[in-house]
Design a protein around this ligand. Structure first.
Ligand SMILES: Nc1ncnc2c1ncn2[C@@H]1O[C@H](COP(=O)(O)OP(=O)(O)OP(=O)(O)O)[C@@H](O)[C@H]1O
Ligand SMILES: [Mg+2]
Length: 414
């Protein structure tokens, strides 16, 4: 019997691994006691060992000195991936860090399964980058290189929504047309599929670079950053009149993948200057606290928690007390929805385009299957219902449907 192939869902926010153990799907606990591993790393200051997953988040929360990174997948296909930087006491690139993450995934999967894996079937979004085929191809090549550098000798890819479609086989009526809607941390991916007698046919797959990390960014810009001076005004050093506060720093600070790189001398200097000239210096001083104390990730986690709470109907707000005692940015279901109106439109269009590519009418879809953490957002179910009012709305395992389908697909991948 050939050695088993490891299935890996390398996600923007969470990763998972599984394989077919004597024909049976087996998820592997690559995070102690857990089937999913946060795609996050922490390099302690100095030369301590890299921590990954929950341990990385714990180091961040504990306030340990060091560098935390999340959303590594979103830099695949960009120049940022190959720029050498001083991280964890040595010069390395983000590609080296993705590789180091995959090395740990491989080691933990092998330890849990009790066998070595040299072949991997990895998920990939339909488009890492919307409407940019060259960058897309580069992103896949980047990820392949990382798997090879991590010790795999055979690397295959499958579109994430096609994997999720496989995992949902057998749930619907024979011959039914289904639409997978997989909204994760970094991308939204769709497949139209038809299942019959345990077989699956993909009619079309489509995707856009839009996910929960973008929702977080939009929410941060509209709800949290105004409390740090965004949208305010500055007095001029020379002359009268006021200037708008520049937006760029807020954009970087609200983007998960950019946060580790905002804490530079230049930024520190610029922010000090903004405090000096701010019409509301007390508000701007909060930005200085965030930059000086490197609180960008804490803020992003607070925004993400506020997003999830508001989506669930709670108005507890975005808790920013680590910047200033009791500081809270109000957020409601309605204000959340308003800040995500562009995202909603892009999702709607992408779902419509998927049906057009598949050559099917919305009323032919028997079931819409929601997958991925961000499919728990109310707006996703709303848009799915609006597009296919006659379809059953089913939820697959939000965080493991992709890895399950990948593992099932290893049966025929080689
Ligand atoms: N209850 C919830 N409500 C809304 N959003 C949620 C909820 N739980 C998690 N999320 C969001 O889901 C996202 C992560 O989902 P998931 O783990 O499916 O992504 P991923 O597979 O890592 O990303 P991708 O597939 O895009 O690379 C995060 O942006 C997170 O904020
Ligand atoms: Mg995913």
């Amino acid at each position: 019997m050939p050695a088993a192939t490891l299935a890996v869902d390398f996600g923007t926010s969470n990763s998972a691994a599984a394989f077919l153990d004597a024909g049976q799907l087996r998820r592997l606990p690559i995070e102690p006691g857990n089937e999913t591993l946060p795609t996050a790393v922490f390099f302690p200051a100095g030369s301590g060992a890299m921590r990954i997953g929950t341990a990385a988040g714990e180091a961040l929360i504990a306030g340990d000195e060091g560098r935390y990174m999340r959303a590594l997948k979103s830099v695949l296909g960009t120049d940022l991936l190959h720029e050498p930087r001083l991280i964890g006491g040595k010069r390395q690139t983000l590609a080296d860090i993705v590789t180091a993450f995959l090395v740990v995934v491989k080691e933990r999967a092998e330890a849990a399964a009790g066998c070595p894996f040299t072949a991997v079937l990895s998920g990939r979004p339909v488009h890492f980058h919307s409407a940019d085929p060259a960058r897309d191809a580069r992103a896949e090549a980047d990820l392949r290189s990382c798997y090879l550098a991590a010790g795999f000798t055979h690397v295959d890819f499958l579109f994430e929504p096609e994997a999720a479609a496989r995992a949902s086989l057998g749930q619907g009526a024979a011959g039914e047309l289904g639409l997978i809607v997989d909204i994760g941390g970094g991308t939204s991916d769709f497949s139209v599929f038809q299942s019959d007698a345990g077989q699956m046919r993909i009619l079309a797959s489509h995707g856009i670079r839009l996910g929960g990390t973008d929702f977080d960014q939009a929410v941060s810009m509209s709800h949290a950053m105004p409390l740090l001076g965004r949208g305010g005004q500055l007095t001029r050093t020379f002359g009268d009149g006021l200037l708008p506060v520049p937006n760029a720093i807020y954009g970087d600070l609200s983007t998960w993948a950019q946060i580790p790189f905002v804490y530079t001398q230049d930024t520190r200097r610029a922010v000090k200057d903004m405090v000096r000239h701010a019409v509301e210096p007390k508000v701007m001083a909060r930005l200085e606290t965030v930059i000086d104390e490197q609180l960008g990730h804490e803020l992003a986690f607070a925004v993400e928690a506020g997003k999830i709470a508001a989506n669930g109907g709670s108005d507890s707000g975005i808790k920013m007390g680590f910047i200033e005692p009791r500081l809270t940015a109000p957020i409601s279901a309605a204000s959340l929805d308003a800040s995500l109106s562009d995202a909603r439109k892009r999702l709607r269009v992408a779902m419509q385009e998927t049906l057009v590519e598949a050559g099917v009418q919305a009323d032919q879809i028997g079931a819409v299957v929601l997958v991925g953490g961000s499919s728990l957002m109310q707006l996703v179910a709303d848009e799915a219902r609006a597009l296919c009012p006659g379809a059953a709305l089913r939820r697959s395992e939000a965080f493991t449907a992709v890895v399950d389908g990948l593992a099932l697909a290893t049966a025929e991948a080689r």
